[in-house]
Write a protein that binds this ligand. Sequence first.
Ligand code: ADP
Length: 226
Amino acid sequence: MIRIKNISKSYDGVAALREVSFDVGKGEILGLVGPNGSGKTTLLKSLVGVVRPDSGQAWIAGVDSTEDALEARKHVGYSPGDPALYDSLSVLEILEFAIGFHPEADLSLGMKLLDLFGVSLEKRAGKLSHGMKRKLLLAQALASQAPVLILDEPMEGLDPEVRKTAEKILVELAGRGRAILMSSHDLAGLERTCHRVAFLREGRLLDVGELEDFLEQASRVLRIRF
Ligand code: ADP
């Protein structure tokens, strides 16, 4: 459902991504991990057309997102890492606008999720805390009902209860055939949700595989136990 082939991107001559390639299959949750600055956000933005890669290609549900980002975007529920929202709009207005891209979106699902997350629909975005903004971004991605979800640190800033609920929803959505790619620093959360992880360092894909193998390797290299 997501195919990434040789994506490279530099900012002012400094490489942020170097020939990154991997796939995420139907029904799979793949965690994207790596230190700060390793290129996770740049990769996710490249997939949804927010950033234009210098070279390489990516397909979302069969659509080449480097050729036709708008068409590819219809198939993706995207939760960005940086919650930049129009302060004067209400939560409901933002939800309605965001899911407008998606032919199969379910507004009532988005409203139910926000209720579950404890975010008032009438509140103006400018009055939302960081955690509430994250909840809104996650709710809009899930309500898109898109076959592919691309989530940049979706659990960051969420309280533990909401985090558990969100994790359950992601696992259930994958069980129903969605392909989910999400970046995270939370190894325990990744262990609860992900089937595989892709590890980036300095813009290079070091490995894609089972989280267990990754933890074992890391503990051998670093001589620490996770
Ligand atoms: P991560 O999400 O893993 O923290 P990023 O994709 O945000 O990594 O960043 C990868 C590299 O690209 C970093 O060196 C970062 O400083 C650089 N970078 C990211 N966005 C920009 C930008 N808009 N302009 C210049 N450099 C950027």
